[in-house]
Write a protein that binds this ligand. Structure first.
Ligand code: FES
Length: 68
């Protein structure tokens, strides 16, 4: 199922990005996929999908700009 119509990003692609751990920061995952870079209506659903997948595949969900 498509989450981001503008970029043609599916729920599965988000799940795979979380599973592959391309980043520990959810914002980076969305940015890498281009989610929300056009109309932005997909961001809420994309974050929900990302958090659901993260619950199944725990990663450290911290802001990478806060390295303290
Ligand atoms: S649907 Fe994702 S930016 Fe428009």
């Amino acid at each position: 199922m498509y989450v981001c119509i503008c970029k043609g990003i599916t729920e599965k692609q988000i799940q795979e990005a979380v599973t592959s751990r391309t980043s520990n920061n959810p914002k980076d995952v969305l940015k890498a996929l281009g989610i929300g870079s056009d109309c932005g209506t997909c961001v809420e659903d994309a974050i929900k999908t990302l958090l659901e997948q993260n619950a199944r595949t725990p990663i450290e969900m911290k802001d990478s700009s806060n390295n303290s």
